[in-house]
Design a binder for this molecule. Structure first.
Ligand code: CP3
Length: 345
């Protein structure tokens, strides 16, 4: 007797095949809004140690699926494990976010892309463990930060609202900056290929700082490196499914989807639904895009907006998500209600 293979609704949707079930996952779904996360978090000395301890990282990855009817698990790690693996000092100070020893042109020459996959072996072990524990209809999402976004932290040393340090560096030292992007592309391809081999079904490229760039900078720093990553992965894993999340790309979304070669595009919450419906080619999957603060506030405004998003993308493959990461203040009951609304009640 041959058994019918179990389909993964979210993966199928990424591949452009709309399913009867509208799939949903939530960016940053494992995190501080969950009491069970906070309980595990205190067991690790620092945040990177949590990312590098497969036993704990596997548990944290699975926590949101134990509680909620979600369609995917996203690997628990961070986009800043890449600078750490490249030899730059990274730490997460409580209440301050990430702090890195800022990089200059000579620092770029000392980065070590050839050791990235070895350094990240514990994260790959987490992927294998999650895969083994996950139900057959659930999609496992791997990820990395896109080169420009990761570079803004590497050069600025911390998050910033306008990425001025990285933009100035890129404009003043174009040769050194191109070298940095090359290193990040090479490291990201190796890391994502290793995630696929360890059991990821799809990967998401987080370009969280795609905003604030003129069109030339967007072409050179966002489109070109993301495209090289997609091509690099598919040289090894033909047709590897990729979601791109160019937050704030706005009017540059059409160029991004046309040129990067992603299967699905994540829309931030400021992207108008009508604009997305016409600017993104019909067969291409869209993901998003509820404002995370609507989820914090909850109630009728959240439900109405969620239904509006579902209706806007009824005629195309769509994955429901927030338009950026869930925030720690989010009440769990609101997450439950949102999922029920997306499931049609
Ligand atoms: O989605 C998930 O649940 C998987 C895990 C995940 C984390 N970070 C865990 C995390 C993912 C996919 C990320 C991506 C990430 N990290 C991005 C891109 C997405 C986005 O939100 O734009 C960025 C820019 C980072 C860098 C980063 N990591 C920042 C700015 C911070 C501090 C801000 C904050 O939210 O605290 C982190 C820390 C971080 N990464 C935490 C978690 C759960 C909180 C740290 C803690 O628990 O102490």
């Amino acid at each position: 007797m041959t058994e019918t293979p179990v389909l993964k609704p979210l993966l199928e949707t990424v591949l452009g095949r709309r399913q009867e079930r509208l799939p949903i996952w939530i960016m940053r779904q494992a995190g501080r809004y969950l009491p069970e996360y906070r309980e595990i978090r205190v067991k690790a000395q620092d945040f990177l140690e949590l990312c590098y301890t497969p036993e704990l990282a596997t548990e944290v990855t699975l926590q949101p699926l134990r509680r909620f009817d979600l369609d995917a698990a996203i690997l628990f790690s961070d986009i800043l494990v890449i600078p750490d693996a490249l030899g730059q000092k990274v730490r997460f100070a409580t209440g301050e976010g990430p702090l890195l020893e800022p990089l200059d042109a000579t620092g770029i020459d000392r980065l070590t892309p050839q050791t990235v996959v070895d350094h990240l072996a514990p994260v790959l072990e987490t992927v294998r463990r999650v895969r083994a524990a996950l139900a057959l209809d659930k999609t496992l999402i791997g990820f990395c930060g896109s080169p420009w976004t990761v570079a803004t932290y590497m050069i600025g040393g911390k998050g910033s609202s306008d990425q001025a340090a990285a933009r100035l560096f890129a404009l003043r030292e174009p040769v050194a900056f191109a070298k940095l992007l090359d290193v990040l592309v090479e490291a990201s391809v190796a890391y994502l290929v290793a995630q696929f081999r360890a059991g990821a079904d799809v990967v998401q490229l987080f370009e969280s700082w795609a905003l604030n760039l003129d069109e030339r900078a967007f072409a050179d720093w966002v489109i070109a490196p993301n495209r090289r990553i997609v091509e690099g992965i598919r040289k090894v894993i033909p047709n590897a499914p990729v979601i791109g999340f160019p937050r704030g790309a706005a009017a540059m979304i059409p160029a991004y989807v046309r040129e990067v070669g992603v299967n699905a595009v994540g829309l931030d919450y400021s992207t108008p639904l009508g604009y997305a419906a016409s600017a993104v080619p019909a067969g291409l999957t869209v993901q998003g895009n509820l404002d995370p603060l609507r989820l914090v506030a909850g109630g009728a405004q959240m439900e109405e907006r969620a239904r509006e998003i579902v209706a806007a993308f009824r005629d195309r493959p769509h994955i429901f998500n927030l338009g950026h990461g869930i925030v720690p203040e989010t009440p769990i009951s609101h997450v439950e209600r949102l999922i029920a609304v997306v499931r049609g009640s």
